[in-house]
Design a protein around this ligand. Sequence first.
Ligand SMILES: [Zn+2]
Length: 445
Amino acid sequence: MFLTLVVIAAFCVTNALANFTSYEGYKIYEFKAENTTQQETLEILAQNDAYDFFTRPRIFGLPIRVLVAPADQLQFQQTLEAAKIAYTIVNENFGQSVEVERKLNSMYPKQRNAAPGSISFDVYQRYDVIAAYMEELAKRYSSRVKVTSIGDSYEGRQLHAITITNGDGAANKNVILMDAGIHAREWIAPAAALYVIQQLVENYKQNSRLLTSYDWIIVPLLNPDGYEYSHTHERLWRKTRKPVTIICAGTDGNRNFDIHWGKVGASHTACADTFRGQTAFSEPETQALRDLMHSLTGRAKFYLTLHSYGNYLLYPWGYTSALPKNWRDIDDIARAGAAAIKTATGTEYTVGSSTNVLYAAAGGSDDYALGKAQIPISITMELPSAGQQFDPPLSKIEELASETWIGIKAMAENVIEKYKSAIERKKPRKLRFKNVGDTQTCIYS
Ligand SMILES: [Zn+2]
């Protein structure tokens, strides 16, 4: 019996490994565009689906990293050399790095260093642990926390949203809406969202001011199918998991929203990483977020979507280089976040509209939040990589998450100040006394 179990276990392990994309011999190149000609060469290279551009800033001098498979490396290097773009190879064998990370993440005890009922930031947590943590919070802090499902993913996983309040029972407060993990491979983003949840719920006393006149609604893992797949099969999987053709599955959720859908920066090829989907809102995950946004019309003032990587605070529009009417308001808030992080840790973020800072890409959730769901402050936050693209080391998860929280808190404080909740506007004005001449006059403030 024991032997049978060992054989079955061994088979399962081998089978799981056999299904895992190895990335053996893949190299990561780093370079910068220093002038328009070089930038144009990069734009052409980025059209080629064989090259995985991890980041693609439009600003000269910012580092660009690209993953290239062994068979494509010679041609890639020749193209760079012809354009006089100096490059370095920052990872000679990405496969080896992925394997090390995969082993560490699966070996580490899942809840090491976590208080009972809490969650550990020592590993990148899986869907089941994340779901259990939120359920646990709803039980322990039932007066302040509610967990609901806003829909099911294609593979049938519940899409959990956690509503965090101060428990005063006041309805119709303004809302800060956050999500993470629409792009499966950006593991640090759900970790940071969980950290925000932990701070608002478990560390309530310190953060109660953020909940006085606002409720927070957070979807920490919007694309759980893709996220799980990136853990079990293909580390760099980015899309959802719904099949499109016999060969290719998945849609880029952040190209799938119905706002100038497919107009620019989104592929119509099913196998591409930026596939826009067969129709706008073809994915249950994007439909669920859309419906959540519309259910909060009038209340939601700040939509924040967490991605990685690259240290950017980006805002609409993604479909055009033109700016939204209220761009100055959004810019002020994003800059408050960037400044708070810079002061606290020295980490620098670049702030600007996504088209102007990175590249044009239509169908994004941030454009939809502002343009269609009327959420006035809409920001995409691209978290840092700790020098390892989508794989910040396990030892850095908590550090990055807490740094991100500093920026989010600063942005939230500014939004709360800017858009007063109805509950605050209705508050009876306080009486105070003012000396006018010899008499005291009672005035309102
Ligand atoms: Zn992303």
